[in-house]
Write a protein that binds this ligand. Sequence first.
Ligand SMILES: Cc1ncc(COP(=O)(O)O)c(CNc2conc2O)c1O
Length: 373
Amino acid sequence: NIQHFRPTKAIIDLQAIQNNVRHLKEYLKPNVQIMAVVKANAYGHGDIEVAHAAIEAGASMLAVATPDEALHVRKHFPNIDILILGYAPVLFAPYAANENITLTVFSTEWVQNVQSLKTLTKPLKLHIKIDTGMGRIGVTKIEDLLHLYNTINSSSNLIVDGVFTHFATADEEDESYFNKQANMFEQFISALPAKPRIVHAANTATMLMKDKHLQFDAVRFGISMYGLAPSAYVKTKLPFPLQTAFSLETELIEVKQIQAGQSIGYGATFTATEPSYIGTIPIGYADGLIRKYSGQHVLLDGIRVPIVGRICMDQCMILLPTAYNIGEKVTLIGKQKEEEITIDEWASKVDTINYEVPCIITSRVPRIYNTKQ
Ligand SMILES: Cc1ncc(COP(=O)(O)O)c(CNc2conc2O)c1O
């Protein structure tokens, strides 16, 4: 592994990932496959390492979002089923067939364009996406589903390997919209002449909260594989404990005392009202610590201290309770002594959801893996 000189790093606990997958496997009906959703670099956790951990713990399929992600994962996993959940251009179809990558399809015209390519040397596996209310991609009428299904089956080298939908409100207490989607999905798949090999509909909230028959043949395990709950509501109803996998750490690189009236940071937006100790840490918005996070607490010596002044591109400043040594560890996400700062806390600071926080920690922050037993 390459040596990192800057002390800022994300530490990923692969044991936590494995425990989350194992707990889910025990919870699911037997023979329901776990599709580990490792798109967006595994929600910022590192797609290859997370995929290895998830497979070891019982996942048997991988889901990504883009052709590039699929090709990258295929390089490390020659045999496992890989599904691209989103759109892939027609020109990618021969590459997907070659690499045994499964594509999502929702347009008959797309299929006809692939058929006219005449460059498909190997069979191409397709999962038909039904839009039952997510309003993103998918067929919305039964006749379109059947037309698409029959068009695919008119080619010997195109295979309807699966059919799926995605729920927009599975993580909410009110089930009305969810139930409409679930009923519509059941109606659509029962109209198919034959059941595709893999029928799937469940994201984390669905597999944890809803009737087990909605697990169908496979579930798409994303956010809670990383130990995070999909929403505050689901967090109160978890059928098994989750273990968070992501922590974020750095070290003090400068400590100074400033006097009352002295200011720090761009715009001199923070002015001390009394003699104050200021620590500087090497992490900024180009690491994914967006400027709106200013004011958020971080941990040092087990104490919560606030980020003060404007967050810079590569650094930011924190208000210390007293003098500390250079090199003192600062935990932005994780535990110190009795204190913990969670991804949920960072998310609520900027009124977003926990999914977004690890995703936007940029590649400049190395991911270090500990497989502590
Ligand atoms: C089609 C599809 N299936 C499964 C998942 C996993 O959901 P989970 O992480 O809640 O288990 C996602 C996540 N997609 C997104 C999560 O946040 N924004 C998204 O587009 C998805 O888009």
